[in-house]
Design a protein around this ligand. Sequence first.
Ligand code: ARG
Length: 462
Amino acid sequence: MKNKPWDGRFSQNTDGMVERFTSSIDVDKTLYASDIEGSIAHLAMMAHEGIITEDEAEILSEGLKRVKGQIEEGEFVYSDALEDIHMHIESALGDVVGDVAKKLHTGRSRNDQVALDIRIYLKEETRAVMDSLLALQRVIVKTAHRHMGVVMPGYTHMQRAQPVLFSHHLMAYYEMFKRDGQRFEDSLKRTDVMPLGSAALAGTTFPLNRELTRKLLGFAAISDNSMDAVSDRDFAMEFISHAAICMIHFSRLSEEFVLWSSSEFGFITISDAFTTGSSIMPQKKNPDVSELVRGKSGRVVGNLMAIMTIMKSLPLCYNRDMQEDKEPLFDTVNTLRASIDIYTRMIPNIAIHGKTMEDAANKGFLNATDMADYLTMKGMPFREAHSVAGRAVAFALARGVELLDLSIDEMQKFSALIEKDIVDFLTTKNMVSRRLTHGGTAHDRVREAIAKAAVELNMELE
Ligand code: ARG
């Protein structure tokens, strides 16, 4: 009792373990809507070209819509014997419309079919990712705008370095997520290419009108080489690569949120709704969302390694290895979208402790560079000024005080160029507002950056 669409030349049934092993239905059922959309366009094109009749196309398309309904109502029965979503749908179509279902696969192979399905799916998901990235960027810009003026320590080597505006720090992430959006927009162009009509690998003898199928499916272009079209998964590798970079941005932001919400920093408090407790330590309130996003970034980087390793060294054209492309791709889409959405919801639920940040910026000699700049401004060569300021730091450090705790007399021992105006020069706020270079942390620059972002995001700032 053979029962496979491809079993004509087989005399034995497939081993049960092989059926389970080769089946991909648990994963690729995600593609059911794209698969049906692609088939309906294929039918309409074939009817238009007289390869099948209009009546047949009509019956088959209606049948496919009923199958879609069955899947969406959860009545559909999946079985490993039918391998993948393509064969499930074709077999269910046979149950609905009878023998005419056998005409659906004319001039088509599962090789170009699956390539088409993934592209239809990924185009939609890429657009959704781009939209949600914009929503996240709006939340970031709003938060930067709301807390404009709050000063915090900026770090290098995780050591306090120079004071910056909290908004400037946050807007750095705006830049990262903006680049992520641009990357997705760019790779979308290469995903938006229609492979159907390549058939198994060489094209087909049926007079398919590929241009019509492209139009019906809303693709920008058709593929130019049938062998490439059925072998190409660059678009999936690109998507996962861009997603991995985006997740790395999230992992860095997550790390900062984890640190900032600790008692050691106390810069932020994440609201109760976005934290969880400990089953043993009653006092605990943990930044789990950030920790999980940080952890999930590892999974997405792993997915990138997986798909690249699957594709590596594959000879043309289709190889069954490529069936393994879907798990890393779907997992990446789901993980990335969930991470973007949860951060978009969480950021407005974070309290910013401006006073604590500012106190931290006032301690740890964050004004040492500016003392050197002060002396340089008064005529001392910078290298010498650097050394003078360094000696002043060592002197203050030995007394357990900050530079501004020293008297003018004490400071003048390091250089006669020092005058009373140094006190005002070295306040945290003034240090920030003097960093006026394009892209710097000065209030004026950051206000401009926020305003520019608001224009780019087409949003109002309250
Ligand atoms: N399930 C297969 C995949 O995802 C569909 C293509 C199968 N083609 C074939 N010749 N076995 O890659």
